[in-house]
Design a protein around this ligand. Structure first.
Ligand code: BG6
Length: 488
């Protein structure tokens, strides 16, 4: 895509997300020469900053989050700040948008509106943009999560945005789709002939997707109380990863070709029956413990959290996909805060050999010894676990891994998720953004479980901070004849 002149209007420009993710990512794109020299960033927020004060604040609050340097070089940093214009604006006051309209009208550039505000503001922002007669015909709008807290509220947000923007103009961010290793999963699947014949129920015993965090709710207790791990991580990030693993090969990398295939997976997810909700879904909440040797408070002691809170900070699910490729293959999804390590990985476990003619490690003739492990975090790697003969006399086999560590294989710098996604939004590439129907299909699947948990008399299962979650999660695996990697 061409490197084009643009005007990037950042709503919520004084917020945490702007300082921690968006402005640092835009800076890195600038540093790497990915932004057209006629690219301006209009920073909009209610606060009454002068231009000078705002830039000073960006230097103080956003610069520390930049990865890979450049901030210390005054020429580079000042050239970035020169792109920024601070525009104080009450987002609910339609009259105030005239100033923005004037700035935009004076520019010959594609407009990108980035809504890094509370979702309650999406509707008024879009309506006010339309009312202020800004030419939106070529514009794009980027939406940050959470896009609603259930199907109905996400529909209301989507409807409000759709009154002003066409679907091809709407970029819904799921930053997991911008991660390098997720892109690599597509390369692994669709640039190699090796895996495709095995990528199905006949060869795959089960698939595990884990996003584990060591962090707690990081001062976001208020927000997290009304959210929980199912909405915060499963409905979006984990289901998007699941789609990337399970989708049929799209006919091209065209945005809609890819999104059509992801949608088919989401629609094929088997709904949880009342019995499944007990046996194939676990929710947990951390109590005080220690992470990396540091003692940490329990969730209920975090600021902004109710003392009797029932919000889940951990979820483990046994999902299934009702189609010919995957029928009967468990897809285990797991995420949690305050777990033992920060890791995000996909493990595809292949079926065991039908008949052992060699002594197998641990005498486990029926155990699977082939696993493909795709690690997204903290480092990116792909490992294929096999058995190989141990040198020496006899025929003893041992597990070994064919190991591809990306930082060793490729010396190039790898773009961070936000950098990639923001540049894609500016250039008009929708492939890594979530389409409305995908988002709604994901809500449709998650919502009955959410409702069940809301009305259930049982509380989330406690787990100690620094552990791998409640024992019920291990029991859920055992029922399906599988194990989490920590349990092997
Ligand atoms: C966000 C969630 O979407 O993803 C956070 O709201 C979570 O709660 C974060 O911490 C995890 O992202 P990453 O890229 O650090 O794994």
């Amino acid at each position: 895509q061409p490197n084009i002149p643009f005007t990037f209007t950042l709503f919520g420009a004084t917020g945490d997300l702007s300082m921690r993710k968006i402005l640092p990512a835009l800076f890195v794109a600038h540093r790497e020469g990915k932004l057209h020299q006629d690219g301006r960033i209009i920073c909009v927020s209610k606060q009454d900053f002068s231009q000078e004060d705002y830039l000073a604040w960006v230097s103080k609050s956003a610069a520390p989050y930049v990865k890979g340097g450049g901030v210390q070089d005054p020429a580079v940093w000042q050239a970035f700040l020169a792109r920024l214009t601070y525009l104080p604006l009450d987002l609910l006051d339609s009259g105030g948008y005239q100033a923005l309209a004037q700035v935009l009208a004076a520019r010959q550039a594609v407009s990108v509106f980035y809504l890094a505000t509370a979702p309650a503001l999406f509707e008024p922002i879009c309506a006010n943009l339309a009312a202020s007669k800004i030419d939106l015909s070529q514009a794009r709008v980027v939406l940050e999560k959470p896009l609603g807290h259930d199907l109905l509220s996400s529909r209301a947000i989507n409807d409000a945005v759709a009154r002003v923007f066409a679907e091809e103009q709407i970029y819904r961010i799921d930053h997991y789709l911008g991660k390098e290793a997720v892109q690599n999963l597509l390369a692994l699947r669709f640039a190699n002939s090796l895996f495709e014949p095995l990528w199905r129920r006949e060869s795959v015993a089960h698939v595990q997707l884990t996003i584990a965090e060591q962090l707690g709710v990081e001062g976001r207790g208020d927000f997290y109380e009304g959210t929980g791990a199912l909405r915060d991580m499963v409905q979006n990030h984990l289901l998007q990863l699941l789609c990337m693993v399970a989708m049929e090969p799209p006919t091209s990398m065209d945005a809609d070709a890819v999104r059509d295939e992801k949608l088919r997976v989401l629609r094929a997810l088997k709904p949880f029956s009342p019995e499944d909700m007990e046996l194939k879904a676990v929710r947990g909440q951390y109590v005080s413990g220690a992470v990396d040797g540091q003692s940490v408070a329990g969730y209920q002691q975090e600021p902004g959290v109710a003392p009797q809170s029932r919000t889940e900070t951990f979820v483990a699910l046994h999902a299934e996909i009702n189609n010919w490729r995957w029928a009967g293959v468990p897809f285990f999804l797991r995420t949690g805060k305050r777990l033992a390590h920060r890791t995000a990985e996909i493990i595809i476990t292949f079926r065991p050999i039908p008949h052992a003619i060699l002594p197998m490690p641990g005498g486990q003739a029926g155990a699977s010894s082939n696993r493909l492990v795709i690690r997204l975090q903290p480092d990116e790697s792909i490992q294929l676990h096999c058995l190989a003969k141990q040198p020496g006399d006899g025929m003893t086999v041992q597990p070994v891994a064919l190991d591809l560590a990306f930082d060793q294989a490729f010396k190039q710098r790898r773009a961070e998720a936000y950098e990639r996604l923001l540049v894609d939004a500016i250039r008009g590439n929708l492939s890594l953004f979530v389409r409305r129907d995908e988002q709604e299909a994901a809500w449709r699947w998650v919502e009955p479980l959410q409702r069940h948990w809301q009305t259930s008399s049982a509380a989330p299962k406690p787990y100690m901070a620094g552990s791998w979650g409640p024992t019920a999660s291990f029991a859920m695996m055992e029922r399906a004849g599988a194990q989490w990697p920590e349990d092997r």
